[in-house]
Write a new protein. Structure first.
Length: 228
């Protein structure tokens, strides 16, 4: 297994989470700017009474969450996690865009040190809390789209087991309970470590991502309540 004991209190289900598992479907590839891309359609675990999100989520995943794919690496897994946030998109984006301060809502991050200014191509050195099968992670900012609210980063070094990890996070303005809200979609692709299965790898990474997004929702909703 990738870890000896489960991370603290991150296995709780949330009424605001949708999981879209994408690694069990055959990918459909297309050419975009000379690079081969994958766009995988997965099965959605719908929110109770909100099944209408499913088709829209799949459309957004297909539009914004295609990851470049090296055909030589077959042992990879990918997944998508969706979080509903009852706060305006500008409030949520003010947290997500802080590539230089991920610990604002990512509680598994102990601290972060930037190399250079906050712009595409910059690097950050992240140290994680104890209890995880990692110590440090060197991460590069790939996309920071202020207008469309898109952030993407890749892991390029460090002491961990998440080789060739890349994530994309997009924010989408939606009305929730009659008020301005946000749907956060985060996808990732990563190599499966030697000795692990795709299921083990996705279970581990999904747990971390879900915990991060639940924290993001909680903090954003608290901030949003003070903006009224």
């Amino acid at each position: 297994m990738m870890y000896e004991s489960q991370p603290p209190d991150v296995w709780r289900s949330s009424r605001d989470l949708i999981s879209v598992r994408t690694d069990k479907e055959e990918p459909s590839s297309r050419s975009l700017g000379g690079s081969k891309q994958i766009c995988k359609a997965g099965a959605v675990q719908y929110l109770k009474g909100e099944e209408g999100y499913g088709e829209w989520v799949q459309e957004m995943v297909g539009r914004y969450h295609s990851h470049s794919h090296d055909g030589g690496r077959e042992c990879r897994c990918s997944s998508v996690v969706v979080q509903r946030v009852e706060a305006p998109v500008n409030v949520v984006w003010s947290l997500v865009r802080r590539f230089d301060e991920p610990q604002i809502y990512k509680h598994f991050v102990r601290n972060c040190f930037m190399r250079g200014d906050l712009k595409v191509g910059c690097l950050r050195e992240v140290r994680v809390v104890s209890g995880l099968p990692a110590a440090t992670s060197t991460e590069r900012l790939e996309i920071l789209d202020e207008e469309r609210h898109i952030l993407s980063f890749s892991i390029v070094g460090g002491e961990h087991r998440l080789s060739n990890y890349r994530s994309i996070t997009t924010l989408h303005e939606r009305q929730i309970n009659g008020k301005p809200g946000t749907i956060v979609i985060e996808s990732y692709v990563v190599d499966v470590p030697h000795g692990n299965t795709k299921e083990d790898t996705c279970l581990f990474v999904d747990t971390i991502v879900k915990c991060n997004l639940q924290s993001l929702a909680h903090i954003s909703e608290h901030l949003g309540s003070h903006h009224h």
